[in-house]
Write a protein that binds this ligand. Structure first.
Ligand SMILES: [Zn+2]
Length: 257
C-alpha cells in the first residue's frame, strides 16, 4: 500500500510525498519549496529517495538543490523534453517509461500544453495520478507553451484513465476553478453539490485534493467540452470540442469570480 502525504508549499502549491512502507522508499512529487518538504519528511521519519518532476516551472523545481544537499543520494527524475530547462535531473523519462518508487511503479504520460514537455505520473496498480499543472480539480493549467488544442488532447488523454483514479495536482485552485465551472455549467447538479462541499472544506482551511476521475468527468468543464449543456452555455452548440475547450480556457484566463 502506497502512503501519500500532502501539504502546502509556497502560497497554493501542493507538496506531496509518496512512501512505500515495505522498502522505505519515499518520493517527492515536484519540489516547490524545500523547507516544508524537509519538515514533512521529518514529521513522518521518512528518508527522501526520489524526486519526480512534472515540468520545469520554478514553483515545481526550485526546492531540488536544497533537497539534494540534505539527501545526497536522492534520484531526480523528470521529462526528457525539459532536460535543458531543469539542470538538476539525474534521469530523464518519456511517454511509456516506468518510474519505480520502491515496490511501486508509475507510468509516464506525456501531457504537453501547460509546458511543452510536461509529464504526469500514473501509479496504475495503486490507482493514483499525479497530474502536475495539466489537470486540476474542476480546472486545468494554462496553455503557456502550446496552442490550446495541444492542451485539450492532453487533458482528454488523462480523462480516459479509470474512473476510480485518485488525482493529485500541483495547486489548491479548486474554489476559483469551481466558481468558473458554475458560470459555464450552471445546471449541473453534481457540480452544485460538489461546490457546496468545496466551500465547506475551504472555509475549514482543508484541502480539496485528491479528487477522483469520475467526479472530474462529471463536473470539470475542461473535460466536458463535448457536453451539450456546456456548449449551449458558451453559445457554441454543436461546435468542435477542441474549439469549445479553447473558448473555456480563454474565458477562464479572464474570469474574476
Ligand atoms: Zn506550472
Amino acid at each position: 500500500m502506497l502512503e501519500i502525504h500532502q501539504f502546502l508549499c509556497l502560497t497554493d502549491n501542493f507538496g506531496v510525498l509518496v512512501h512505500d512502507p515495505v522498502s522505505g522508499a519515499t518520493a517527492a512529487i515536484d519540489a516547490p519549496e524545500a523547507a516544508p518538504i524537509l519538515k514533512a519528511l521529518a514529521d513522518k521519519t521518512w528518508q527522501l529517495t526520489d524526486i519526480l518532476v512534472t515540468h520545469h516551472h520554478a514553483d515545481h523545481t526550485q526546492g531540488i538543490p536544497e533537497l539534494k544537499a540534505a539527501f545526497p543520494n536522492v534520484r531526480v527524475v523528470g521529462p526528457a523534453q525539459e532536460a535543458a530547462q531543469i539542470h538538476t535531473l539525474d534521469e530523464t523519462v518519456k511517454e511509456g517509461d516506468v518510474v519505480r518508487v520502491g515496490g511501486h511503479a508509475a507510468k509516464v504520460i506525456e501531457v504537453p500544453g501547460h509546458t511543452l514537455g510536461h509529464i504526469a505520473y500514473w501509479f496504475d496498480k495503486d490507482s493514483v495520478l499525479f497530474s502536475g499543472d495539466t489537470l486540476f480539480a474542476l480546472g486545468c493549467g494554462r496553455s503557456f507553451e502550446a496552442p490550446s488544442e495541444v492542451l485539450y488532447r492532453s487533458v482528454m488523454k488523462l480523462g480516459t484513465l479509470p474512473a476510480a483514479t485518485q488525482i493529485y495536482c500541483g495547486h489548491e485552485y479548486t474554489l476559483s476553478n469551481g466558481r468558473f465551472a458554475l458560470s459555464v455549467d450552471p445546471t449541473n447538479e453534481k457540480l452544485k453539490k460538489r461546490m457546496a462541499e468545496i466551500e465547506e472544506l475551504r472555509a475549514a482551511n482543508r484541502f480539496t485534493l485528491p479528487t477522483r476521475m469520475d467526479l472530474e468527468r462529471a463536473t470539470n468543464p475542461f473535460l466536458r467540452a463535448d457536453d451539450p449543456d456546456v456548449q449551449a452555455a458558451l453559445g457554441l452548440a454543436g461546435a468542435d470540442p477542441a474549439k469549445v475547450f479553447a473558448e473555456l480556457r480563454e474565458r477562464k484566463n479572464h474570469f474574476r469570480g
